[in-house]
Ligand binder design. Structure first.
Ligand code: PBG
Length: 328
């Protein structure tokens, strides 16, 4: 035998020397749930994940920046009573704006990425306005652009529309530019699939109750991508690129690694992955059952995203992974 591939695996230093992929805290973005002061902090379907008060955010920003995490992605959680059929709270998105300012007040080198979507403000939990059981596109896009502008005015660095309405990237880009926010970036959820993996997130932001029976019931499949498709993701990514997106996102991550790889090969833009709530919950559940190590699953899954070509990863395990990578 002349060729023995095992030679390159024989010791730890050798494996390090020839490793094709690396993972560092710089690859990780921490999603953060923000709550109003009097609402509950615990989130039972996502062990280890809390909803933070605005006042806690400067300390969290310092901790994350200290570990080398480049950005926080914020998700406000609103009291049920403030949600309306038309999601009007989203036009000003006061809680998000307070959170942005609180993170910026920490004075550390960390970016703020905001979620531009209506599902946490509509009483039915859809990402758009609903009329006669249908989710309206163009009217919803107007509201989303208004929300993105509010975030930019409060100091957001990047706005991230996660709704999948047609034409929203161009509308948001034009709205931001017209108001002098041409430096604010757009991270587009280009390939957001109608997935079964968002359940714990919907528990966390209280958006699940009306989804199956309320107005626009089961409407998510009319805007999120069909899980059977990949070419459709390429088409959406191309559109977002021409409409002015700066970063593309694939969501969920681990069941869609083929899509990450395809977009990374087809686009000149950086491609990010979102390891969503259901992916996180399954790793925690496997550990709780004694079937696997959360730490090991976390690192292996994040490396998988990197191998597929993701430049950045949204993960609820960002702090855990950053600590593990530091050997702490
Ligand atoms: C809002 C939004 C969702 C997630 C991120 N932004 C939920 C949804 O579309 O229902 C899910 C993230 C996760 O599951 O971790 N549109």
């Amino acid at each position: 035998m002349l060729i023995r591939p095992r030679r390159s695996r024989v010791s730890a230093w050798m494996r390090d020397m020839v490793a094709e992929t690396s993972l560092s805290a710089k690859d990780l973005i921490l999603p953060v749930f923000i709550r109003e002061d009097d609402s509950v902090s615990e989130q039972t379907s996502m062990p280890g994940v809390r909803r933070h008060k605005v006042a806690e955010l400067p300390a969290l920003a310092r901790e994350a920046a200290g570990l080398g995490i480049p950005a926080l992605a914020i998700f406000p959680v609103l009291d049920g009573a403030k949600r309306t059929p038309n999601g009007d709270y989203g036009r000003t998105d006061v809680l998000a704006c307070e959170a942005i300012r609180a993170i910026k007040s920490a004075g550390v080198n960390i970016g703020v990425i905001t979620d531009v979507a209506m599902d946490r403000y509509t009483s039915h939990g859809q990402d758009g306005l609903v009329r006669d059981g249908r989710i309206l596109n163009d009217e919803s896009v107007e509201l989303l652009a208004e929300m993105a502008l509010a975030h930019a005015e409060a100091g957001a660095d990047i706005v991230a529309p996660s709704d999948m309405m047609d034409g929203r990237i161009e509308a948001i880009r034009r709205t931001l530019d017209a108001a002098g926010h041409e430096h604010v970036g757009i991270l587009s959820y280009s390939a957001k699939y109608a997935s079964a993996l968002y359940g714990p997130f919907r528990d966390a932001v209280n958006s699940s109750s009306g989804l199956a029976t309320g107005p626009g019931a089961n409407g998510k499949k009319t805007y999120f991508l069909d899980i059977r498709n990949r070419a459709e993701a390429v088409r959406e990514a191309h559109l977002d690129e021409t409409e002015g997106a700066d970063i593309l996102m694939v969501k969920p991550g681990s069941y869609f690694l083929d899509v990450i790889l395809t977009l990374a090969q087809n686009s000149k833009l950086p491609v990010f992955a979102y390891q969503v709530s259901g992916e996180y919950a399954m790793m925690r559940a496997a550990e709780a059952a004694g079937w696997a190590s959360y730490d090991a699953l976390l690192i292996e899954s994040l490396l998988g995203f990197k191998r597929a070509g993701a430049k950045g990863i949204f993960t609820y395990g960002a702090l855990d992974a950053a600590r593990l990578l530091q050997g702490k």
